[in-house]
Ligand binder design. Structure first.
Ligand code: FAD
Length: 317
């Protein structure tokens, strides 16, 4: 079932989860250990992130270094299929522009279509860790909207090979990312919203947000979107803070604020176990307020903290 159909047929706030593929070398059991504790909460769908390769330097026998490309978390498409097969829960495959050519993207979309996976979240991706700015791959897309257009083309039977006749029309439901606190590269919120609107006008059926820790940011964002005639469902992305280090890592990595009230509580904690208690309680209160505010889905970034997310969700159902 498509995400948009889940949203349209829901009579209460739904729950969904987002996971990362296991690190290369780990088997599928790593994934089941992560997801098994969450399945009892009957998620409507599970998103699986997509990862580009990173450049690394490997020392050779003569002491010099070779630059090699390593993709640490491959397997998004296979994992989506495995989730649907094991749990009978819809999977949403993330697709990114960064590090992939249009041809590679087309191949991934064909695999998804063969596997009956009809949900994709299309994203640009970020610059590799050792580079400051995002650069598209040779023969790849520059912005998420360009990737979106490729998926829409395939939904209309238009593939990269122009002379392909009577090609199967795929049937993807397409989501895009939105940023309640603005995308960090955008000069201002209005400009960011104009590009978000372009993605929705082109055919994105819903928006999933970057994580936020102050619900006001989400509610203000939804209001701003509606004022901008962005009228698709906006799914809030949520994550528990689980260590003191994250007070700095989260703002630096995701370009979002941690409210003073939460950071003050975390600074009082003596151990990360104490931070987990504070982070879980904060997430629970955030979730309750969002449900009261009528959000369509609570989308939890589990990121290795499935037990904390489970502790929150079990209080809500
Ligand atoms: P875009 O929509 O392309 O926007 C990128 C920037 O360009 C913005 O500043 C925007 O305002 C601007 N812009 C857009 N269109 C134009 C235009 N035509 N001209 C000029 N400027 C423009 N990353 C991963 O690598 N893998 C994942 O699985 C992943 N999952 C994510 C899931 C969610 C819900 C979110 C919120 C983010 C995720 N990310 C993921 C991170 C994401 O790739 C980054 O935030 C990235 O920097 C932006 O992606 P985007 O799709 O929003 O890009």
């Amino acid at each position: 079932m498509k995400v948009i159909d889940h949203l349209n047929s829901a009579n209460k706030t739904l729950v969904s989860f987002e996971i990362l593929p296991p690190l290369k070398g780990k088997g599928i059991n790593a994934l089941w250990e992560h997801l098994d504790p969450l399945i009892e909460f009957k998620p409507s769908f599970i998103n699986v992130t997509y990862h580009r390769s990173e450049s690394m330097f490997k020392r050779k026998l003569d002491g010099t270094f070779d630059k090699v490309e390593v993709r640490k978390r491959p397997g998004t498409v296979g994992i989506c299929a495995a989730i649907m097969n094991r749990y009978k829960v819809d999977a949403v495959a993330h697709l990114i522009c960064g590090g992939f050519s249009k041809q590679e993207t087309e191949d991934a979309l064909i695999d998804l279509n063969f596997l009956g996976i009809d949900n994709v979240l299309v994203l640009r991706g970020d610059a590799p860790k050792n580079e400051s700015f995002f650069e598209p791959e040779a023969g790849g897309h520059k912005y998420a909207i360009d990737l979106l257009q490729q998926v829409l083309n395939m939904n209309n039977g238009i593939y990269l090979e122009e002379d392909l006749k009577n090609a199967v029309k795929t049937n993807f439901c397409i989501g895009v990312a939105g940023y309640p606190e603005k995308h960090f590269e955008s000069p201002n919120m209005q400009t960011d919203l104009s590009f978000l609107k372009a993605k929705v006008d082109a055919g994105a059926e819903y928006i999933t947000t970057q994580m936020f820790f102050d619900n006001k940011n989400y509610f203000d964002f939804v209001k701003a979107c509606r004022a901008y005639s962005i009228n698709v469902p906006i799914i809030p992305g949520l994550k528990p803070v689980s260590s003191r280090k994250q007070l700095n890592v989260i703002p630096r990595t995701f370009h979002v604020d941690i409210p003073e009230e939460l950071s003050n509580e975390i600074l009082k904690c003596k151990t990360d176990a104490d931070v987990e208690v504070v982070g879980t309680e904060w997430l629970l209160q955030q979730s309750k307020e969002l449900i009261a505010g009528g959000v369509p889905v609570l989308h939890y970034y589990t990121l290795g903290k499935q037990h904390l997310v489970a502790n929150v969700v079990k209080e809500l159902i």
